[in-house]
Design a binder for this molecule. Structure first.
Ligand SMILES: C[S@@+](CC[C@H](N)C(=O)[O-])C[C@H]1O[C@@H](n2cnc3c(N)ncnc32)[C@H](O)[C@@H]1O
Length: 358
């Protein structure tokens, strides 16, 4: 059987497929190559229009990120250098082993902090302590002296050590207060300084002429006249001849805020002792709030000390700061009683109107 016969005997559909192969195959080949060309064109286009710009953008982003990382590294180096300089500055300023309260030394508990600054905010408490040292330095500078010149220091009414904890440990530091709980805390937590509890009235636990610098921050702002004079005499006793005593008082700011009639009265009397129950259960009854006029301080304190400087708002921009010096010979005769000085100078006052601030 020849080939023609077998083709003739095939299924007609199969036969027509077989016969069409020589025509269809070249068409399919052309189609396939068109698809290949088209795919390549699409690929090229996608690459040119999408991928290539993206690659360029990614490259630019990488360079930008590199620059940012460099700037961050520079900023970090700058920050570290600033921290180093701040530490150097603090070491010069506060002494090589100065503590960092709140960081390397514990901060007092909230109740003790509240008693001394009237805020429970730890940061504010720490800031206020540092500011007090700043203000003490400034007050000393205003009379031509530097904190670094003093070696034995008493913080009278130190509370829980808000200020003394920032002083250089190279000094001989003492703190005294009626608040036994605060002193107990100081003894445990600020062991480089010495602390004592004192009574409502003198004496202190120290020998005469022990300190070349004494300060009382926000203490005379709570004493009546009699307590005030007794403590001025006692501070005189424990200060070395020629030594300085800094005392803060509620003066200018508190007078400025008073209604005119009350202010006129305080200006007439010179001292206003304001009693209220604000501190009941916290401090003894004799611990109240006292406002002074500058004139009063200038005339009444000179019986105990030479007044070297008076800085309105010199303590934290709130209280006035008084810079006193003990007579250089140590031989000054002190007033023996409140009554005598009151009669001499015509001051003295007492008010029941409550008005409080720590
Ligand atoms: C407002 S606080 C100030 C505490 C500290 N000076 C400060 O600035 O953080 C008043 C402090 O004075 C103390 N104080 C009041 N009368 C005192 C006295 N007669 N003798 C010792 N301390 C006294 C109180 O116990 C209290 O700690």
């Amino acid at each position: 059987m020849d080939r023609q016969d077998s083709t003739a005997r095939m299924d007609p559909t199969v036969r027509s497929w077989l016969l069409s192969i020589p025509i269809v195959a070249p068409v399919l080949r052309v189609g396939a190559s068109c698809i290949r060309v088209g795919t390549q064109a699409v690929r090229r286009r996608v690459h040119d229009e999408w991928v290539a710009p993206l690659v360029v953008q990614i490259g630019a982003l990488e360079r930008e990120i590199g620059r940012l990382v460099e700037r961050l590294e520079e900023a970090e180096a700058e920050r570290q250098s600033l921290v180093g300089r701040q530490q150097e500055f603090e070491e010069i300023r506060f002494g090589a082993t100065a503590p960092r309260p709140g960081a390397e030394t514990p901060a007092p508990p909230e109740t003790l902090r509240w008693r001394v600054v009237g805020t429970r905010d730890l940061e504010a408490y720490l800031r206020a302590g540092r500011q007090s040292v700043e203000d003490i330095s400034q007050a000393l500078r205003s009379v031509g002296r530097e904190l670094s010149e003093f070696s034995s220091v008493l913080d009278f009414g130190c509370g829980c050590g808000r200020t003394i904890c920032w002083l250089p440990r190279t000094m001989r530091l003492h703190g005294s207060d009626i608040d036994a709980e605060a002193i107990g805390w100081c003894r445990v937590n600020l062991p480089w300084a010495e602390f004592d509890v004192n009574e409502e009235l003198p004496p202190l636990a120290y020998e005469a002429e022990t300190f070349d610098l004494v300060y009382a921050l926000s203490v005379f702002t709570h004493l009546d006249e009699d307590h005030q004079f007794r403590w001025l005499a006692e501070l005189n006793r424990v200060t070395k001849p020629g030594g300085l005593v800094l005392v803060s008082i509620r003066g200018k700011r508190f007078l400025d805020e008073m209604p005119p009639e009350r202010r006129a009265e305080v200006e007439r009397t010179g001292l206003e002792f304001v009693e209220s129950d604000f501190w009941t259960g916290v401090f003894p009854d004799w611990y109240q709030t006292t406002n002074h006029t500058e004139e009063y301080v200038r005339s009444r304190y000179r019986g105990y000390f030479e007044l070297l400087g008076y800085l309105p708002l010199g303590l934290a921009g709130q209280q006035d700061f008084v810079v006193l010096r003990r007579d250089a010979t140590g031989g000054a005769e002190l007033p023996s009683s409140t009554a005598a000085t009151e009669a001499d100078l015509g001051f003295g006052g007492r008010s029941q109107e409550p008005r409080l601030a720590p």
